[in-house]
Structure formats: C-alpha cells, structure tokens
Design a protein around this ligand. Structure first.
Ligand SMILES: C[S@@+](CC[C@H](N)C(=O)[O-])C[C@H]1O[C@@H](n2cnc3c(N)ncnc32)[C@H](O)[C@@H]1O
Length: 750
C-alpha cells in the first residue's frame, strides 16, 4: 500500500499541494469518460494496486519505438522521460484540441527529456509516438522498444559513460538487439522500476526477487502484503493514530512491509535484526548517482540538488553550493534559506536519521537516498529551522518530493505529518532522552524517548541528539566533562557570526565599519586592531570593499596566529602550509608588504588561491611554490620566521565546516599526527638560530597539539642538533569567544 492512498493520513488542507502545471491529460469530455471507465490514469494519481491486480483487462500494448530507436533520444544514450502518464489518446485530425496546443506532451515543469531541448521536444518528428487508444484491447503491441516506467528514471543525472553499465532488465535492451522479437514479458518476470546506476553500483534487487512461478507479486515486483490477500480484494487499512500516540509509520511500497510490531521495551526507532533473506538484498545507496532537478525554482529544490551532489563527491559544501547557485535565479533570501538547510542537514545528520527511523517502518538502507534527502529537508524545517511554519514546511517539501518523483508525494506528506505529532510545545533546559537540542542551550520536548538516556550514557546521548561521531564525543567527555561537551556541541550547531580582517594597508577599521553601516550591514569592532565582527548574514563577495581588497574573512582565533608569530617588515618568512593563503596574506599585511614570504603547499591546485587572494589584497611580497610532503623543492636558505599551519581534524571549527565532523575517525587522527610531526620537523630545519616557528592547528585535540609539540621538543633535545624552546602556547576553546584552535610559538636557540 502506498502512503499516498493510505487512509490513516490526516486530510491535507485544500490546495496545500497543488498539482504541477501541465501535469498531464486535460479534462476533456472524452478523457473524463474514459477515466471513469478506468482506461486513462491521470498523472499523479495511481490506481490502487489491488485494482491493477484484479483488472480483467489484458496488459496494455507496449509503446512504439521512439525516434532514436531503442527507447533513447536521438544522439543520446539516455532514455526518454519515463514519468509520463501511461496512456494517451491517439492523434486526431480536424481542429486542434487542448492536447494539441503545442505544449510538450512528455514534459513537466522544469524537466526535459535528456538529449532534447524543449523546442526540439515539441517538433512532431521528435515526439515519441503516442499510444493507441487504451480501449483498443485487440491491438497488438508494436515491435520496438518499450517506453514506459520500466526504464531508468530520466531525472537522474548519470555520470557520462556510466549509463551503459546500468544493470538492465528493461525489455528495450533486448528490443535493441532484435526488435522484431520484442514482446512484453509477463509481469512476474521483471520489476517495473529500475534505477540507473554507475559502474560501481549494485543492481537494484528486491527481497524475494527470485520468487518462483506461482508466487504473487505486486506490480513493483515486490512480494508483499498482497500475498496474504485474496485476489481482487483491497489491501488492509490501518487505523489513524489518535493524537498523542506514537505516530503512524509508513512505507513506500518499494520494500516489504514488516507488519510485526516492535518488541516490547524496544524504542520505536531501534533497528531490528533483518529477517533472513531480506536486508541482504538492500542496494548500496551510497554509490547511487546523485539525482538532480533541472533549474531549481525554490530554496528546497536548490538544497536538494546540492545535498545530492554533495553525496556524490568529496567536494566542500560551499564549493558545490557556489556552483549550483550560480545557475539559478533565486532571490538572496531563498539562497540563504537553501544554504541554511544544506549546512543544517549535513550537520545534524544523525539527529535527522534518528527522527526518520522513528517515523519510517523500513530499513534505512532500502529507502532510496534521494527520498531520504527530501524527507530530511522536511524534518529539518519542522524540528530545527526557526521561522518556518509547520504547514509551509510540509507543503513545500511535498511539492519538492513530487517534482523529484510523482510517487513520493503522498509518502512524504504522511511522514511529515506524523513528524509533527512527535513535537510538543514544551521547551526544556536540561537534556533528557526526549529532549531535542534546538539551540541557545534549549531543547524541544518530544512525545517519545528518541535518544539514549543522558544520565546513563551521556556520550551516546550527545552523539545522537547533537549529531557528532561517537568516538569524538567520548573523547571530549573524557577530556572536558559532560557539561563542557554539551556547551561545545551547542556552539558547533548554531550559526556563528562572521569575523572579518580589515586590510590595514588599504583602509582603517572605523572607515570600513562605516562603509558597511552605510550599506545596511551591522558590524562591531573585534579584539585585534584589524578585527571586525559582522553580525549580518550575507554572501561575502557582495559586501562593499571586497573587490577592492579592503578585507578578508578570517576567524578571530585564526587572526591570532600571524599576530603571535609577529613577522616584521623586511624579514624573510616561510609559510609551509599556505593554501588558501589567509594567514600568508595576514602576515604580508603585518609586514607592510615589505620583505618576502615564500608560500609553500603540497596542493598545487589550492596554491593558486594564495596568489589570487594576494592579488585582490594588493600584496606583492608573496611567492608561491609547490612542495613535496617532506618539504622537497623548498629553497635551501634559512628563514627568520616559519609558519606551520598544519592539516588537522578541524575539531575546533566543526560549526563552520558542517561536513568536517563526519570525517573524524581515530585512524584518520593517527595519519594526521604523523603528517603534523613531519611538517614541524621540516619547519625546524628551515628556521635560523634565534628565529621562530609558529605551530598552529584548528583542532582542540591534545594529540594534534600539545603532544606533537612536546614530542618534537623532547626529540630535538636528545638528538644533540639544533635546540628549541617553547616560548608560549594557547588553546582556544570553541565558543570562547570564537572557533577552537591551538598555537605554539617555538624558538630555535642553537
Ligand atoms: C590548514 S590548511 C592551511 C591553511 C592556511 N594556512 C590558511 O590560513 O589559509 C593546511 C594546508 O596544508 C597543506 N599540506 C598538507 N600536507 C602538507 C605537507 N606535508 N607539507 C606542506 N603542506 C601540506 C594542505 O594542502 C593545506 O592546504
């Protein structure tokens, strides 16, 4: 049973979920008559599965071949749009009817058949031939490939070259080989929905996919509740959940429904052990290609595209967002909302997962990843976004779901309406297993115990409720205690203000602040003479003075690094880990653009950003070079100052970099520590006697900070070579008042 047709859903408000324009067959008298006879299905509405199963009609004829041959657009190896309604009236001669008004017949707003522009799609030669009258049951299926819902979803963007590797159960594959032999296979031999996949992906397989002859199947190729029903009868209806009770769970119909209630005493979100033979066939959703909506029209659609693209690659969210946003015409407020949704959803992944698991009665691995993305967009708005009314969150997300896949609208609607029942109006100030942290040291009380107990297992509670890796939280609890860990967790989950560094070579702080003020931005002076705290949320490149190089974005804790090293005009300075160049440029500004800075990095691509930043800021003393991991290619000279701003776990800046927390692992920490020790040794080999090294990280882990420095000092004392001393060190804890960081100033004494 599909949640869309489910009787337990509370009724949707009138007009709350409008059908997309141009969504299918208009209401002509002929069509209305035929719809009543059940011969034409209106797009967006599905016949109930039981009616399909019990229909006495023979299967509909398959579609004729499209202009490109085997079900593909000409000049493309991608399939046609297969989400069109399943039956169409024939071509008519005589005066044009509303269906012949020139609009693309097979398109919905925002979508286009791959390989076709809208105009091309409208040209008669490029249209796939329409089906014969559905009522003409005597007509035999024409030879040729089938165009229908069987083929891969055309709205999925598939990596170039990957299409051919998709496992194909579509008859069009065999039709391409020998069209004359094409016949429609009996339903029970193949699933009706097949997802394209790349070379790494697994075939989409269903539990019981190998069910033998005689077994009953639903039209989606899934053996499920229908087996227990007599043919032709309706699926069982579940009663609606009364208010205040555990919310109704839904399933999408793509996997078997598990009718067993959760065992007594087990929380509703817990994962039960998969029954034999079921989860074993779950597709690996992590390798599915991203789903992309063409031309996102709303903040939620843009967020969906970016989140999907983010899943596919290893790119920073900011990078993916910048690329996606440049292709839209969304207003600044929509862009801001999209960005907040994206960062928030990545940040609060495990909280949203816990919410989702309590609402959806399915193994998460079997829920299509794009559908999970849609649901998380909805849940984030309902539970964690301030200022979005619940009905708007549901309505907008259902619209997004329908745009991604018409079949998802009802399911998403059901899940989100159940989610609303999970919330209470109560705001708590203490953690509990039903306390969802929402910010400003406050929690929203839920109607169910969603999280582990904070008194029995504080680490597990913080990890689940605030969304952090378990290992990391356990370390923090061990080092800083539960209360401090919770304070940090709140800080990392809130949107923090932006710190700017004024370029004192071009302007002074007060003049620049007035300039911001005149442009309606609120800013305050910060701790250091060049620091400004920007209290407005804005795209930085749109601030006045950006192109002129009057400021850079840099957190306050990070601004202390160059200040602590204190490079002087006319000194020669080495920046060992320079890209993208924030601290390099700060040092050049402090040196009054006199002397020389060698900006080195192992990453040849990122080193270019140092050059670009220096150019914008009008700094000419920086020379960039690409080096090897042990300092290969460095000039043979010695330097007055060396900055070693090493790669680290980023545990001090987890709020600014939403994805960073999910990259943390003990194994990665070990790799980083080795790299950090090597870079510090390289720095030591390049500083002159009396010169200084600044070792810095944006981590708060002692293993990457104090321990690396102490080990280095101990090793150089024993070796009998150059001697070093620790001049000072400082650790910045997150939120007091800025990002977390560590800096150690080391001097070469002999
Ligand atoms: C924390 S980032 C530096 C940020 C930079 N200092 C700034 O303020 O903009 C660390 C940099 O170290 C570079 N890196 C990684 N391994 C390195 C190595 N063995 N030697 C030098 N640089 C390395 C990375 O490419 C990365 O750009």
């Amino acid at each position: 049973m599909n949640a869309e047709n489910s009787p337990e859903l509370p009724p949707r408000a009138e007009g709350s979920s409008p059908q997309p324009e141009n969504s299918g067959t208009p209401e002509t008298p002929v069509n209305t008559f035929r719809q009543r006879r059940g011969e034409i299905r209106r797009p967006g509405r599905k016949k109930s599965i039981s009616r399909q199963k019990s229909s006495p009609n023979p299967p509909r004829p398959v579609d004729p071949a499209g202009p490109g041959g085997a079900g593909q657009a000409p000049g493309s190896n991608q399939p046609y749009n297969t989400n069109e309604p399943r039956s169409f009236p024939p071509r008519r001669s005589g005066p044009p009817t509303p269906r012949d008004d020139g609009r693309p017949r097979f398109s919905r707003p925002g979508f286009s058949r791959p390989g076709f522009s809208r105009q091309e799609e409208n040209r008669p030669g490029n249209r796939p031939e329409r089906r014969p009258y559905a009522s003409d049951r005597s007509q035999q299926p024409p030879a040729g490939p089938r165009i229908g819902r069987v083929g891969p979803n055309p709205f999925l963007w598939v990596a170039p070259g990957a299409e051919g590797s998709a496992p194909n159960t579509d008859v069009s594959a065999s039709a391409g080989a020998n069209p004359s032999e094409t016949t429609r296979p009996p339903r029970e031999q193949k699933p009706r929905f097949q997802r394209p996949s790349n070379q790494n992906s697994q075939p989409r397989s269903f539990p019981n996919a190998g069910a033998g002859a005689g077994e009953t199947r639903t039209p989606r190729g899934v053996t499920s509740w229908s087996e227990a029903r007599p043919a032709g009868s309706k699926p069982p209806r579940r009663p609606a959940a009364p208010n205040g009770e555990e919310p109704t769970r839904y399933h999408t119909g793509n996997s078997p429904r598990r009718e067993r209630p959760a065992p007594p005493g087990r929380p509703p979100h817990s994962h039960h052990a998969p029954e034999a033979g079921r989860a074993l066939h779950a597709p690996d959703i992590s390798v599915l290609p991203p789903m992309q909506l063409l031309a996102p029209r709303t903040a939620r659609e843009l967020a969906f595209n970016v989140l999907e693209a983010h899943h596919a690659g290893n790119k920073h969210i900011g990078e993916v967002f910048d690329q996606a946003v440049d292709r839209t015409t969304l207003s600044p407020s929509d862009r801001r909302l999209a960005y907040e949704l994206i960062c928030g959803i990545v940040r609060r992944q495990s909280t949203l997962q816990a919410l989702l698991m309590s609402l959806v009665h399915r193994q998460m691995e079997t829920l299509e990843r794009p559908l999970q993305t849609v649901l998380k967009i909805g849940l984030y708005q309902i539970f964690l976004c301030q200022g979005i009314p619940q009905h708007a969150a549901v309505h907008e997300t259902v619209d997004l779901a329908k745009r991604a896949n018409m079949r998802w609208g009802g399911f998403v609607n059901g899940v989100l309406r159940s989610a609303i029942q999970l919330m209470t109006e109560n705001i708590l100030t203490e953690p509990s297993s039903r306390a969802l942290p929402i910010g400003h040291h406050q929690y929203r009380e839920l109607t169910t115990d969603l999280f582990p107990s904070p008194t029995l297992t504080p680490g597990s509670y913080i990890a689940a409720a605030f969304s952090f890796p378990n290992d990391l939280v356990e370390r923090w609890v061990g080092q800083y205690g539960v209360e401090a860990t919770i304070r940090m967790a709140f800080w990392f989950n809130q949107v923090t203000e932006t710190a700017l560094r004024v370029n004192l070579l071009k302007t002074d702080r007060e003049t620049f602040r007035q300039k911001l003020f005149a442009a309606d931005f609120v800013a305050e002076a910060g701790d250091l003479p060049e620091t400004i705290r920007l209290l407005s949320t804005v795209r930085i490149s749109t601030l006045p003075g950006f192109q002129e190089g009057e400021f850079s974005v840099q957190d306050l804790s990070a601004q202390h690094a160059a200040r602590r090293l204190n490079p002087q005009p006319s000194e020669v300075v080495l920046d060992l880990c320079a890209a993208p160049g924030s601290k390099t440029c700060h040092m050049a500004e402090l040196m009054q653009n006199q002397g020389e800075i060698i900006a080195a990095d192992t990453h040849g691509g990122r080193i270019r950003q140092v050059y670009e930043n220096a150019e914008r800021l009008g700094l000419s003393i920086i020379r960039t070079i690409t080096i090897g991991p042990r300092g290969e290619n460095l000039p043979s000279m010695e330097f007055d100052k060396v900055l070693a701003d090493v790669p680290c776990s980023n545990t001090g800046v987890l709020g600014k970099r939403p994805e960073a927390r999910w990259k943390y692992s003990p194994a990665h920490l070990d790799e980083l520590r080795e790299m950090q020790a090597t870079i510090l040794r390289t720095a030591a080999g390049k500083v002159r006697i009396g010169g200084r090294i600044l070792y810095s990280t944006c981590s708060i882990e002692p293993l990457e900070n104090e321990e690396i420095v102490q080990q280095f000092l101990a090793a150089t004392t024993e070796a009998g070579g150059p001697r070093f001393r620790l001049v000072e060190e400082q650790k910045f804890m997150p939120g007091s008042p800025a990002d977390g960081a560590y800096q150690a100033l080391i001097e070469r004494v002999s």
